[in-house]
Design a protein around this ligand. Structure first.
Ligand code: 9MR
Length: 784
């Protein structure tokens, strides 16, 4: 029988709280070998004997199946049976399974204790992808004590958008197993930028080797002719990778061409170019993801071949649409999060049209915090082209992108930013309503949906979440920035933006501490969207004041900038700024956008950027793989590639301010790491490099689950290694890294790995800024 809702809720909460593998050190010595198969009738040769199957059991093709109607609740479907487990024993669970249609998300494979132990799990909620054809799977886990009647279950985990039939066969559970160590395929031990080095840029590579003394290397062209030679520099064990490495420097090589390879220690690298064409391409393609992630409009297959789709969330069934969205319901689980942080439940008495904007990432949520930094970086990319000496303004002009607005005489990067800015304006609470001028934190589904799922097919209820001070200040900052940049192109839009920015800023001052609640799986295990919670908003206040000052020059904003404690603080952390730490956006704009700051003030601001850049260069020099990234404790953050790119933006800004080529080289080297010079020998940018990540976590670009769907568009960057992936309960990485992972290895190119392999607007905006900067360094640099 399906469990009661109360039991479901409790079980679910415990599930998420304990979704960690038992650490090896805690495992007891095996008390008894249990090598024999513990499953009764695992082959379904005797029909469904021994199994409990609901809601609609059947035997098809000799396998046990259940058919689950669309919209079924968690735990309302399962194929399960009881099995005995022995303390300390490591088990191997193997089976064949298929789902028609293919899916990932609704079904989890779990081995857990019963109600008496709070459904404690041993095999922690693996949520594999199920294809439409039978395929074998194997999972390992260790029991922490004896369980005479544990439950082995293939179980409905979250509401399924479409009906599916799950069939399993040849289920075997054997003790005495040895968990095979996970070994990613890392290819040749010579790690290079697999795409391209700039002809007059730095050229570094990394050799993974046990050797401790210098080794010879040679560079060959496409015909195999050796064009340069040298010796490596031993660098010892790199803790970010747990590998002994040497570095190679061939910066002085001045040839240009394709198909170069680097050989050392008997290994030959992936081929690469020396040339700048790839970065011109990346400058454009890094913006494709924004277009294909647009909400509320059909995506044109002519403009984005392979990515055409119906408009998402415009209210065409089964989609509930963002056309008239209510606020959080007083009965919604999300209210529990507000209450847990000491706030009153919150709702409103009206609905809002919040169509448009970008989907944030692989999910269908639209978030103001995060949309904010993404818009800011696109606007900064454009603004840099107005002021930086090396910038090629035409490369970002009208007609440079394949978007519907191309040809409207407005630079295309501004058009793309406007898509989100228009949505920001809709997210602002209208005059006369409670909290007017504040901005809703987000609009999103009330529960997570499974993968894959076209936005137009999302059946979930959508709600607007309580306005937050952070979201309001994100709009104040970006609308103010947008106002000055749109002024020459569209006066009326510029005026609307500035008015909205002023209103938002005043509303935030009147409501300075309205915070989006932190996630808490024990309170709301299925929140359906990202939290983007941030209780430290002094940096958002500073950012908004800075942008309003740069746009208006008005004294009150100037006062707010200069009197903010953030103005004189060191805001550039080693791990890089992010959606929640935005002061560097303000500092870089104050340093580069013409204003009436006096000379001493301007110098101080610029100096702070240069000092940060110096530290990033020092961090980079100490990294044998060349990333300008040395986060505290060596812990790579969620979206570490974004931290690296944001540090590169600081370096690029330092170059624009000083003309010192060391900063420019620092940015260029960053691309080497992202395009393959790393521990995994993997390019994190889709469509770039010989071996690139391609199965990013996304409901739309879910080719791994459904071959008729595309992979993400070329020029999309994966979040990358995440040292907290196992603790986050990532269903793919948690079982693979029972003993943790060296930072650079905490990544798997699998669609299920939402904590290492997602793609988001704020990560691609940093890629876009950096790609533009690098494309501008094409040898035409007047500063030499
Ligand atoms: O990028 C976000 C990261 O900084 C947070 O640590 C993480 C957990 O709150 O969330 C990340 O953002 C995700 C968001 O919550 C939902 N959409 C996908 C985002 C990227 O993974």
């Amino acid at each position: 029988m399906p469990p009661t809702p109360e039991r479901t809720r409790r079980a679910r909460a415990i599930t998420l709280a304990t979704a960690l593998l038992v650490p090896t050190s805690l495992v007891l010595a095996p008390s008894a070998a249990q090598a024999a198969d513990q499953v009764t009738n695992g082959s379904f040769g005797q029909g469904t004997t021994g199994w409990t199957i609901y809601p609609a059991p059947s035997v098809q093709d000799g396998a046990g199946c259940t058919t689950v109607p669309a919209g079924s609740a968690p735990y309302s479907a399962a194929i399960q049976q009881e099995v005995p487990l022995v303390a300390g024993e490591t088990y191997r669970l193997s089976f064949r399974a298929r789902s028609t249609p293919a899916t990932q998300g609704p079904v989890r494979v779990v081995v857990q204790g019963g109600a008496d132990v709070g459904y404690q799990q041993f095999l922690p909620a693996v949520k594999p992808a199920f294809g439409a054809e039978f395929a074998g799977q194997e999972h390992f886990f260790t029991a922490d004590r004896d369980y005479p009647a544990a439950q082995l279950a293939f179980q409905q985990d979250i509401v399924n958008p479409v009906a599916y039939t799950l069939c399993v066969d040849d289920v075997v559970l054997e003790g005495g197993a040895e968990r095979p160590a996970y070994q990613p395929e890392t290819g040749p031990r010579v790690r290079v930028n697999q795409e391209a080095y700039l002809p007059d840029g730095p050229k570094g590579a990394t050799l993974v080797t046990d050797a401790t003394t210098a080794l010879p290397w040679r560079l060959a062209d496409a015909r195999g002719t050796v064009v340069a030679t040298g010796t490596t520099t031993p660098r010892g064990v790199d803790p970010s990778a747990g590998l002994n490495v040497h570095s190679v420097d061939f910066s002085w090589f001045s040839g240009v061409g394709t198909g170069y390879t680097l050989t050392a220690d008997g290994e030959t690298s992936h081929p690469f170019d020396v040339g700048d064409a790839a970065y011109e391409r990346l400058r454009r393609e890094a913006k494709t993801f924004f277009y294909t992630n647009r909400s509320g409009t059909p995506i044109s297959d002519d403009l984005a071949p392979g990515y055409g789709r119906a408009a998402g969330h415009v209210g065409v069934a089964p989609n509930q649409g963002d056309t008239a969205v209510p606020c959080q319901d007083l009965d919604d689980d999300s209210q529990l999060l507000l209450v847990a942080q000491g706030d009153e439940p919150w709702t409103c008495a009206y609905t809002s049209d919040v169509t448009g904007g970008w989907y944030d990432a692989g999910d269908h949520g639209k978030y103001v915090v995060n949309g904010g930094i993404a818009v800011a970086q696109l606007l900064q990319e454009h603004e840099r082209s107005l002021h930086a000496e090396t910038a090629d303004r035409r490369a970002l002009g009208d007609g440079t992108l394949r978007i519907p607005e191309a040809g409207n005489r407005v630079p295309d990067v501004l058009d793309e930013a406007r898509w989100e800015l228009e949505w920001f304006l809709k997210m602002q609470v209208q005059p006369g309503r409670p909290m007017s001028g504040m901005v809703f934190h987000k609009v999103a589904d009330v529960d997570w949906t499974g993968l894959p799922l076209d936005p137009a097919a999302d059946p979930q209820r959508r709600v607007l979440y309580r306005p937050s001070t952070a979201a309001t200040l994100n709009v104040a900052a970006t609308a103010a920035q947008g106002a000055r940049l749109f002024a020459p192109h569209d006066r009326a839009f510029s005026d609307r933006l500035l008015a909205a920015a002023r209103t938002a800023y005043a509303a935030a001052q009147a409501n300075p501490a309205v915070f989006a609640p932190a996630p808490d799986a024990a309170v709301d295990p299925n929140p359906g969207s990202g939290p983007y919670d941030d209780r430290e908003v002094s940096d958002e206040f500073y950012w908004a004041a800075a942008e309003l000052y740069l746009t208006t020059g008005e004294p009150q904003f100037r006062r707010d900038v200069l009197s903010s404690p953030v103005h004189t603080a060191d805001v550039f952390s080693a791990g890089g700024f992010s959606w929640g730490t935005v002061a560097p956006l303000a500092r870089m704009d104050l340093a580069t956008v013409p204003s009436r700051l006096n000379r001493a003030e301007l110098r101080r601001v610029q100096q702070s950027v240069l000092a940060a850049a110096d530290r990033y260069l020092a961090d980079q020099a100490a990294q044998p793989f060349g990333q300008a990234y040395a986060p505290e404790g060596g812990s790579y953050s969620w979206g570490s590639n974004n931290g690296i790119l944001n540090n590169a933006q600081v370096l690029g800004t330092a170059y624009d301010l000083s003309g010192d080529a060391a900063y420019r080289d620092g940015v260029v080297r960053t691309m080497d790491y992202l395009l393959g010079r790393n521990a995994l020998n993997l390019s994190y940018v889709t469509g770039y490099g010989d071996v690139d990540a391609e199965n990013q976590h996304s409901r739309m670009y879910a080719h791994q689950l459904d071959p008729s769907l595309p992979n993400p568009p070329a020029g999309t960057v994966a979040g990358g290694p995440n040292s907290t992936t196992v603790a986050s309960g990532d269903p793919v990485t948690a079982p693979l890294f029972p003993d943790g992972c060296a930072a650079q290895f905490c990544y798997v190119d699998d669609i299920g790995s939402w904590s290492t392999n997602e793609i988001t607007v704020n990560w691609n905006s940093s890629l876009s800024w950096v790609a533009s900067f690098v494309a501008d360094q094409d040898g035409g640099d007047s500063r030499g």
